[in-house]
Design a protein. Structure first.
Length: 459
């Protein structure tokens, strides 16, 4: 965008931020990753564990930064005055407008040629197939004798011997003394490997050396040493340096261990573990033999039970025939009994469904007699009940009441008169007697019974 503004408008005024950003883009796009050599000065390790320092020579200096995620892979700490070679990207710190190098890698000056030689030889031998995993041989489970190629004064030898003695005291060790550092060390290592192969007295060869710088370990990066290891008929295990140290010899040996002590642990099994394993196997073998013996005894008993004398077999077959004959007789008897029970059951069922004429006739006569008796008693009960109802009806007959001298008075509408106070004087009334009726006119009324003498006088 900035370059487009420059092209489109010559009078464009940049802000400081835009200017620094443009300069940063120019630097990063124009300069690739490059190696720079110089002397460290003003080295500072911040609390964030980022490194800040200056890289200088006789004529100039430049600011450098190496962030934590990059410097954590270095196994050494830079110091002021140290000559180093750095792989860096040229850039600009925009906030201050300072030119600086952002480091990707760093190594002490003078090691660049060694690293280059290391990588060239490694690529060459890898192409030739010296590192092919298919050619690497497995370790023997229990080596009879172990050869060690190292310096007798090396501390690594003492660690290896102590580890071997702890893990397997009975193992035999042959030392092929040779220098493992300095001038002529590579030729001495090759001679030791060839001597071990000529004597052919070991099952495994161990090449051991303690940790050190790349210069200290350089003998194991020599091509003659690597090819001698490749040509060895005896299986070779390397225990060179620390866990992070790698030499070209580590890529061609049959087994690589991180340290000399780890190589000793890799070569021989642990005695106590072997004893426990042997004990466990012995127990398993004893249990297996015991189970096999028990199985054979059980099979023998089974075969013995199956082995029968011919006379005994004839007797058994005769008994078997007798049993079959008895079973056949029992079956025939059971069949006859079942048939007999069946016919008896059918006979009982037939008798049950056949009618008995005499019994039915007697039963019909009894039922007819009982019916007549029941009907006679029912008629007598109905006659008695009818007489009682007739008496009740006679008692309730109004005619019977009138016959005793009573009469029934009704008004002109036919309603029965129960109270004289409801009648007006002069009302016409109908009177019903036991025999006949009369129509009269009300002359006088009152409460209670009328005075008969008064009525006579009026007449």
């Amino acid at each position: 965008m900035i370059f487009k503004l420059i092209e489109d408008e010559k009078n464009h005024i940049f802000s400081v931020q835009e200017l620094n950003k443009a300069a940063k883009q120019l630097l990063e796009n124009g300069l690739p990753l490059l190696w720079v050599r110089g002397e460290i000065s003003n080295f500072v390790c911040a609390t964030s564990r980022h490194w800040y320092f200056s890289l200088k020579d006789e004529q100039a200096q430049v600011r450098c930064v190496m962030f934590r995620h990059k410097n954590q892979y270095l196994d050494w700490l830079p110091k002021n005055g140290m000559q180093v070679e750095v792989l860096a990207l040229a850039t600009l710190y925009e906030a201050r407008g300072e030119f600086q190098l952002t480091l990707e890698q760093m190594r002490p000056a003078g090691l660049g040629a060694l690293y280059d030689a290391f990588e060239r030889l490694k690529r060459k031998l890898e192409v030739e197939g010296l590192f092919d995993a298919a050619r690497k041989r497995p370790l023997p489970f229990f080596p009879k004798q172990i050869g060690i190629i190292t310096s007798p004064q090396a501390a690594a030898l003492r660690d290896v011997l102590i580890t071997l003695a702890k893990r397997m005291p009975s193992i035999s060790v042959v030392l092929y003394p040779t220098p493992v550092q300095g001038e002529g060390a590579a030729q001495k290592i090759v001679q030791a490997i060839r001597l071990a192969n000529e004597r052919a007295e070991c099952d495994v060869l161990m090449i051991c050396r303690g940790g050190g710088s790349i210069e200290d370990l350089w003998a194991f990066n020599e091509e003659i040493v690597v090819r001698a290891i490749f040509s060895s008929r005896i299986l070779i295990v390397s225990g060179i340096g620390h866990e992070t140290d790698f030499t070209i010899a580590d890529f061609v040996v049959d087994q690589r261990a991180a340290t000399p002590t780890a190589a000793a642990q890799l070569v021989v099994p642990e005695r106590q573990e072997l004893l426990q394993r042997v004990c466990h196997l012995a127990q398993r073998l004893a249990r297996g033999k015991q189970r096999q013996f028990e199985s054979v005894m059980q099979q023998l008993d089974y075969l013995q039970r199956r082995l029968v004398h011919p006379a005994q077999r004839v007797q058994q077959q005769t008994q078997h025939l007798d049993n079959l004959q008895r079973r056949l007789q029992n079956v025939l008897v059971n069949m006859l009994e079942r048939q007999q029970w069946f016919w008896q059951s059918m006979q009982r069922r037939l008798r049950a469904v056949r009618p008995n004429i005499e019994q039915l006739g007697a039963q019909q006569t009894t039922l007819a007699r009982d019916l007549l008796e029941v009907m006679q008693r029912s008629l007598e009960r109905y006659d008695a009940r009818l007489g009682s109802l007739q008496q009740h009806l006679d008692h309730l007959d109004p005619q019977q009441v009138l016959a005793r001298g009573y009469s029934m008075v009704r008004d002109a509408r036919g309603a029965i008169i129960m109270d004289s106070t409801t009648l007006p004087v002069g009302a016409r009334l109908d009177i019903t007697f036991a025999h006949g009726w009369a129509q009269v006119e009300l002359i006088e009324k009152g409460e209670g019974f009328p005075n008969t003498d008064k009525c006579v006088n009026k007449e």
